[in-house]
Design a protein around this ligand. Structure first.
Ligand code: ATP
Ligand code: MG
Ligand code: MG
Ligand code: MG
Length: 513
């Protein structure tokens, strides 16, 4: 019989704390503290950012924790993958270990390998490790040291693979600490080595990344200058849900004990067709099984976010997730918010032992869920009259998802206002972005609306705004060339910063856009 998720989590914490003397640190809130540029905490290292930046002295040399993470926006936006693949969630738990200027690569790799192969007893032939293969134009050498460490630990040569900047060089931003990283991937479909090897980092269900070990070795001074850091740090993060799915021998994360009780609760409450499992994840998209997975995923995210004090009215991503959950439970399971109340109670019950704030704040979670449903229902009924007027004019719009209705109504008004004072037929990208960010109006909805009105949208400009928000490298280099100013937390950056959710860009007048 396989271990429970609870045992698997505890084994990780205990291994680093007891066998390797790491201090156990509690998860931080998912609402970032002192970092307004971040919508949600998205990695275990967020709370240690000042240590890596040299702005704070760590209270311990080694740390371990299990961190609540949310990735629904910014550079790490996994929202659209949720329920469509079996391993990206809006909310997940990141098992992390750190060395602050203490041990470095060799020990980090050795501890990871020992934990996976001896403690969790994963056969080495099912694991692949990656290392940084270097980048000539940036003058960065291949991390041969890392390759040799893996060889010395007994990893087979054809299970050690080099990758470039995108996958194996972790960057905080154009400035700040950074370094090569080494990732561990599992062959969860039991494919033959040659086949599995070719699927590493290809976004396959069969070979999935589980653990990232980052070697903080450099400080990026500018676009072209990397300086060696006086102190070296280790920052690792492993997705609990992926590890558990693998150890419990499940085809996807939703079949583990972290999600199945939630899926079963949806079925128990709605008494409809039961969940069929993780097959054909792509073709079942938008169907009942997808709806089951989506509710299991979103109910965890909503419960954690609300319990940590996030509010849907100033966090439009949280509102979007809540609406998506409300719409899905109506449409597929014929349920109102009471289903989500039930699911959030289950989430608190399942995870309250590890994150006591979930149980402590459950009544707030319930209150906000009821409140949000009232607002949504109100919105829909108000939009009812206006909506039928719009549909009479443009029947094509009725095909769009119901949760886009309020956005379409508000969007149409603003577009008509704009048109009455403009001679162009091209909707500015800034306006399109405003409709997206304030009314949640999606690209396809906007495109259809504009088309029906005989206008077109400046999509390149829109995408530049989106990219700025998403910390997309392209916009940043363009902007860096234009000498724009980016701010991420308390550091200024002009390139990829993967732990930064939202970047605020200032225009030439110094205003945030
Ligand atoms: P992927 O390439 O699969 O999107 P990543 O490289 O973005 O993952 P990292 O930033 O390296 O992920 O985070 C460390 C670990 O956290 C990953 O190896 C993975 O196990 C886990 N993880 C990352 N994103 C998610 C997610 N959306 N849902 C569940 N686990 C995740
Ligand atoms: Mg990712
Ligand atoms: Mg990756
Ligand atoms: Mg990674």
């Amino acid at each position: 019989s396989s271990s429970s998720s609870k045992e698997i989590r505890e084994t990780f914490l205990d291994f680093f704390a007891r066998e390797h003397l790491h201090s156990r640190v509690p998860s931080s809130s998912v609402v970032p503290y002192g970092d307004p540029s971040l919508a949600f905490v998205n990695a275990g290292m967020n709370q240690f950012k000042p240590v890596f930046l040299g702005q704070a002295v760590p209270q311990y040399q080694r740390a371990v924790n299990s961190q609540k993470c949310i990735r629904v926006g910014g550079k790490h936006n996994d929202l659209d993958d949720v329920g469509r693949d079996g391993y990206h969630h809006t909310f997940f738990e990141m098992l992390g270990s750190w060395s602050f200027n203490d041990y470095f690569k060799k020990e980090a790799c050795s501890m990871a390998w020992q934990l996976l192969t001896e403690v969790y007893q994963i056969p080495p032939k099912k694991l692949f490790v990656t290392y940084f293969g270097g980048n000539e134009s940036l003058g960065l050498p291949s991390d041969e040291e890392c390759r040799e460490i893996w060889l010395s630990l007994g990893v087979a040569a054809d299970h050690i693979l080099p990758f470039g900047m995108k996958d194996n060089f972790w960057e905080m931003g154009l400035v700040g600490p950074c370094g090569p990283c080494s990732e561990i991937h599992v062959n969860r479909a039991g494919l033959e080595t040659g086949l599995a090897k070719a699927l590493v980092n290809q976004g396959s269900e069969d070979v999935v990344e589980i653990w990232n070990l980052v070697f903080m070795q450099y400080n990026r001074i500018s676009n072209h200058i990397l300086e060696k850091l006086p102190s070296h740090h280790i920052d690792t993060g492993m997705g609990l849900e992926r590890l558990v799915a693998f150890l419990q021998n499940k085809k996807c994360n939703y079949e583990t004990d972290l999600f199945l009780p939630l899926i079963n609760a949806v079925h128990r409450v709605s008494r409809g067709v039961p969940y069929q499992g993780c097959y054909d994840m792509v073709t079942t998209q938008g169907q009942r099984d997808w709806a089951y997975r989506l509710l299991a995923d979103h109910s965890r995210m909503i419960t954690v976010a609300l319990a940590d004090g996030a509010f849907p009215d100033n966090n439009h991503r949280l509102r979007r997730v809540m609406r998506q959950a409300l719409v899905t439970s109506r449409k597929w399971f014929n349920q109102d918010a009471s289903l989500l109340l039930e699911l959030s109670s289950r989430v608190a019950e399942m995870m309250g032992g590890v994150y006591p704030e979930l149980s402590r704040n459950l009544s707030n979670v319930h209150m906000l869920l009821r409140f949000e449903e009232d607002i949504f229902r109100d919105n829909l009924s108000k939009s009812g009259r206006e909506w039928s007027g719009i549909i009479n004019q443009f029947p094509e719009l009725s095909a769009l998802p119901v949760d886009q209705q309020p956005g379409l109504i508000a969007g149409l008004k603003q577009l008509e206002d704009w048109r009455s004072s403009s001679r162009s037929d091209k909707v500015p990208g800034s306006l399109a972005f405003k409709l997206y960010s304030t009314h949640g109006l999606q690209e396809d909805s906007m495109q259809l609306l504009a088309q029906l009105k005989g206008w077109n949208v400046d999509w390149p400009e829109f995408h530049r705004f989106m990219a700025a928000e998403r910390m997309n490298t392209k916009i940043q280099s363009t902007a860096a060339a234009n000498n724009s100013h980016f701010q991420c937390g308390f550091i200024n950056v002009a390139s990829t910063n993967w732990q930064c959710h939202d970047v605020h860009t200032r225009n030439s007048e110094g205003r945030y856009i």
